[in-house]
Design a protein. Sequence first.
Lengths: 237, 121
Amino acid sequence: MKQKWLLPLTIVCIISSFSLAFQLKILNYSSNSNPLSEKNTNLVTIINDLEAEIKEQENQIEKIRNDLSTLQNQQVEGELQELQDELQKVKILSGLTPVSGKGIVITVDDYSQGLQANPNDDPNKYIIHYENLLNIVSELKVGGAEAISINDQRLITTSEIRCVGNVILVNTTRIAPPFEVRVIGSPKILAEIINNGELEILRTSNFPVTLEEQNEVIIPAYKGELQFNYSQAVKGD
Amino acid sequence: MWLLPLFGLIIGAIIGSTIQYQIPTIYIKYMSIAVLASFDSVFGGIRAVIEEKFDGTVLLTGFFTNAMLAALLAYLGDRLGVDLYYAAVFAFGVRLFQNLANIRHNLLLKFRNYRQHKNMD
């Protein structure tokens, strides 16, 4: 008599507690992870891997270039010496050697205190954009800059300063604030032109900006590849 | 013997928490209705046992048809853009409370009767 209700009720109990536990587990799981962020994490690891690979290859290029220059420095004879001097000059011009000299060091950073004080404001007003860096570089070039680097990325003829989402690429390398722009050139002229130009604009918007004149500014060599596949010298020149 | 349903609860919870299968997130809503439907059946079953009119077939068919109907309602609601899902939640919720109230009433009555009889003896 009593057995009659036992089995059906047990079955229903098993099903109900099973579905409850299952549901709780799923809700827990789904609050911890969403597929989008998982995908993003995957992408981030891919990017990190690729960047590590780039770094490795850049080191290799640097090593080969060093080997090359030691080989070139070995032989010193008459006409060859002249050619080597010219080669060295061209290398300095193209940015393939580290250089040092008089110059200035500029640092610019995001105005994070301003953003914290006005959290509802448009954050774009408080960060350094790639245009700011472009303007700085252009003005420095007008001021006769001979070598420029941004966060240790040497600017050469093929260098870009490009906005990609919320990071800035220089020589296809991601750079982040604070930005340190090192320049070799006449410190006086450079400081004059930049102080009356982009830095003035940034200062009026309260960005933390510093400018330092130095007797010895060291600028690293360009680390990436540099190969012209399409350009050829015009004959008869 | 009345411990068997309790064991069932524990076994179901263990299976449910150890199983590795993942259902897509859009079906979570249907699962939650299934949970409500099954609890409704559990309490309905307990009530029927206490009222001494329990019928296993009624319980099991009631459980499955209720769950199906609720899922169907939720699905239809999704299609129509109306949250019919809440209708099922509401119905099951009300029935849960009613069943619980009935169980309490019956237990209380039985307890009082038992005491009265004891006093009379």
